[in-house]
Design a binder for this molecule. Structure first.
Ligand code: PLP
Length: 495
């Protein structure tokens, strides 16, 4: 006699083993074969849709084995492979295989890391992960924080803590109406779009952002920052927050964080560092000086799913005084029988951020930090930067390239054919050529880059957050780009 319920969603232990081992075998082969595959399958969207066309919600179930095989085939054969050694687009890293195993483990146990009582060991592991991330980037362990889905959410979390701290007292009850003076936030022109989302979503409006110009090295001009704050004070506005960037999305530039910290101190403003991409480079001894001042930040955003090579999704917010997170996000509904923060030294992560129920993102970060250790990360991040410098060097020395910028692990350059000097509207011509070239590269499937616009120049941009890339890959990539550039140029001349 069965004493348990038959559920169509259950997979019994022996079947789980069979299916699971098979899937693991296929995943292992997939990962091993990535370098031989095209970076992207380059299929049109109609043929993709035809692969999964099922007219309506399935009426009845299908055997688990069949479902798994179908999903695996679709994903292995029709995905862009950001784990490919020649993938350098946007800021998306190769994913640590440990992360795949950690995610499987996390979702098998399925702790809800919103409350300690629902996730006893998972909460403690997330707390330790936060401390290790403080050690990693070189800020005091008294910072607190939490893992979130990515950089946008990490920055939003810092933004919301900043604004509650700096808004008038009645902000929680009156909302934005409590602000007789317009609250103003300052950031370099290079800041990621999250700030636009934040000010529109959270009720401040896009007029509340002061986009501060950057200098020739793409760093925020701090004297303009200071004069802009002065102007706003004279206009009876309420400056509340300055964002410094530690690794801007386009060129990898790091602002003068120490100078920004001083200005924030002078004017009593919240100092937020967006280090979503770049902050982890602070672990590399000879990069430390670039990040001086980060240790004074009131809040910091960083993305383990970028330079810590965690699979998506994993972002992190660190806050100098974690009480600011509790002030901002904590509430105590009557239907929660949880210890309140501070009681019995218990931490409930739902009181630290926007989410209530929370998955166990910390596990993949925590496990990779142990697998690799400080030395391992120093090695991988240094090598990524070294490869980026090598690419820049090739752009400088090879014919038909113009090297534009190199910071952290981001290199920008453009293809410049011979005999270009006599062309009218040279820059427009080159912009069109390089934009067409980038589309052609994407369609070729051999490598993947993205673009940056630097002082009106359309550049090819490679961001190496990829522990699989070798020096030879970089050399092959530059050859491919040059060959493709020559083709595209000749086609443009014919038209
Ligand atoms: C990537 C990035 C973001 C956005 O992060 P997501 O994880 O994509 O949400 C924000 N700021 C900077 C500097 C980034 O590099």
């Amino acid at each position: 006699m069965k004493n348990h319920r038959e559920s169509p969603i259950e997979i019994n232990s022996s079947e789980f083993k069979t299916l699971g081992y098979e899937l693991i075998d296929r995943i292992a082969e997939f990962i091993a074969e990535i370098p031989q595959k095209a970076v992207s399958p380059v299929e049109d969207v109609e043929s993709l849709r035809s692969l999964i066309k099922t007219p309506s919600l399935p009426q009845n179930g299908t055997a688990a084995k069949e479902v798994i095989e179908k999903a695996a085939n679709l994903l292995f054969n029709h995905s862009l492979l950001n784990g490919h050694p020649k993938f350098f687009g946007y800021i998306t890293s190769s994913a640590a295989p440990m992360g795949a195993l950690a995610d499987l483990l996390a979702s098998s146990v399925n702790p809800n890391v919103g409350a300690h009582i629902l996730s006893p060991i998972a909460t403690e592991i997330e707390k330790q992960t936060i401390q290790w991330l403080c050690d990693f980037i070189g800020v005091k362990r008294s910072y607190g924080g939490l893992l979130v889905s990515g950089g946008n959410m990490a920055n939003f979390t810092g933004f919301l803590a900043a604004r509650l701290e700096k808004a008038p007292q009645e902000f929680k009850s009156l909302g934005i109406e409590a602000c007789k003076r317009k609250m103003i936030v300052y950031c370099p022109k290079t800041t990621h779009t999250w700030i636009e989302k934040a000010v529109t979503l959270f009720g401040h409006g896009s007029d509340s952002v002061r986009w501060i110009p950057v200098d020739a090295k793409s760093k925020m001009d701090t004297s303009i920052l200071q004069s802009t704050i002065e102007n706003d004070l004279h206009a009876y506005h309420l400056p509340f927050m300055v964002i410094g960037t530690a690794g801007d999305v386009s060129t990898g530039a790091v602002d003068d964080l120490n100078e920004i910290a001083k200005i924030c101190e002078d004017y009593k403003l919240w100092f937020h560092v967006d280090g979503a991409y770049g902050a982890p480079a602070a672990i590399v001894p000879n990069c430390k000086s670039l990040f001086i001042g980060m240790e004074k930040a009131d809040s910091i955003a960083l993305d383990p799913h970028k330079w810590l090579y965690s699979p998506l999704e994993a972002g992190c917010t660190l806050v100098k005084n974690p009480q600011h997170l509790i002030n901002t996000f904590s509430s105590h509904p009557e239907y929660y029988h949880f210890n309140k923060e501070g009681e019995a030294n218990i931490q409930n992560f739902y009181e630290y951020g926007l989410q209530n129920s929370r998955g166990f993102r910390a596990l993949k970060v925590w496990m990779a930090l142990q697998q690799v250790g400080r030395e391992g990360y120093v090695k991988m991040i240094s090598e990524d930067m070294e490869l980026s410098r090598h690419m820049y060097h090739l752009a400088e020395t090879m014919d038909q390239f113009e090297a534009i910028s190199q910071n952290l692990s981001i290199c920008t350059f453009r293809y410049v054919p011979d005999g270009i000097e006599s062309v009218a509207n040279k820059n427009d011509f080159l912009n069109n050529l390089n934009e067409t070239l980038l589309s052609r590269i994407e369609k070729g499937g051999q490598l993947f880059m993205s673009n940056a616009i630097i002082e009106g120049r359309y550049c090819l941009r490679a961001c190496i957050v990829n522990f699989r890339t070798s020096k030879q890959d970089i050399e092959e990539v530059m050859e491919t780009v040059r060959k493709t550039g020559t083709q595209v140029h000749q086609e443009l001349l014919k038209n």
